[in-house]
Design a protein around this ligand. Structure first.
Ligand code: ZN
Length: 293
């Protein structure tokens, strides 16, 4: 078996269509996916707190225990309201509060990784916004580092819209501030932001090479990855598609070649619209087959 792990962000439409309702039922369902194609089902699940932390910590513990029982690793997605480039000190404190609360939920779930959107430019010049964002990370990371247990990371994500901070270089440069920052490479976002620039395996290799150079081997090989096909326009991301898309890309086969060649151990979360578990199965199958070549 390979070292790259796969799983969905949230529950697929098919999960609900089979009559299931609760995330407590998700781990058993994930273990059954890919039957007839490979053993052991899917490996990962990302739980979204995008709209806020609407859960008790007791419930989170109960869900986390179920995932542990089935050997599926959880990650969480922090609220979308985080913006460390907002000059307002009250908003800065709120963003930091979301990270602190997120860590509590990571502990309750037993999750090791929290993905988050670092910030957006607002009315500032991009360079000014990125400068402010970096300053704040330098300021708060010592406290956050102390709260993160062994093998726990917070994972700023590459973003798909031009006003958001999060080109792959901005994210990798940000992660140089602390060893507890692990990059999230959302290749659908990167492709959308750059008008479809991910066309060959080399286009993926270039991104990992920059990360190898700046962050070293461990954090690059173990990076968090979001993968889905995303429709884009002049300002970047418009909406998430499924693997049925043949227009926008990117192609998983190209990323897969690079994962195998570099002996990567990335965690790949699929964010397809409604078919995220099915598309995770498709990716895992392609990956396992390419390991045998
Ligand atoms: Zn995200």
């Amino acid at each position: 078996m390979g070292k790259v792990l796969f799983g969905p962000a949230g529950n697929s439409l098919s999960f609900y269509e089979e009559g299931l309702k609760s995330t407590l039922e998700t781990p058993m369902w994930l273990k059954k996916q890919g039957k007839g194609l490979f053993e052991g089902g899917l490996d990962l699940f990302e739980y979204s707190f995008g709209q806020g932390f609407r859960m008790t910590s007791e419930k989170a513990k109960e869900i986390g225990d179920k995932f542990k029982e089935f050997g599926i690793e959880m990650s969480i997605h922090a609220p979308y309201f985080i913006n460390f480039a907002n000059p307002d000190p009250v908003m800065y404190e709120k963003s930091l509060g979301y990270i602190r609360t997120g860590i509590k939920f990571m502990n309750a779930f037993g999750a090791k990784r929290m993905v988050f959107h670092p910030g957006s430019c607002g009315k500032m010049e991009r360079s000014e916004a990125v400068g402010l964002l970096r300053e704040r990370f330098v300021e708060f990371m010592p406290e956050i580092e102390a709260e993160l247990g062994a093998e726990m990371f917070i994972c700023p994500e590459t973003m798909g819209k031009s006003m958001q901070i999060g080109t792959f270089k901005e994210i990798i440069d940000l992660c140089t501030i602390s060893d507890k920052l692990l990059p999230t490479f959302d290749f659908g976002h990167i492709n959308a932001l750059t008008q479809g620039s991910l066309k060959t395996p080399d286009d993926f290799q270039r991104i990992f090479d920059y990360s190898f150079e700046k962050l070293g081997e461990f954090r690059t090989k173990n990076a968090q990855v979001h993968f889905s096909k995303i429709e884009y326009g002049a300002k970047g991301e418009i909406r998430h598609l499924t693997f049925a898309d043949t227009v926008y890309g990117p192609n998983f086969e190209h990323l897969c070649e690079v994962l195998v060649k570099n002996d990567m151990s990335c965690h790949i979360i699929c964010e397809s619209s409604e078919t995220q578990a099915e598309d995770s199965v498709a990716m895992k199958q392609i990956y396992l087959q390419s390991l045998q070549k």
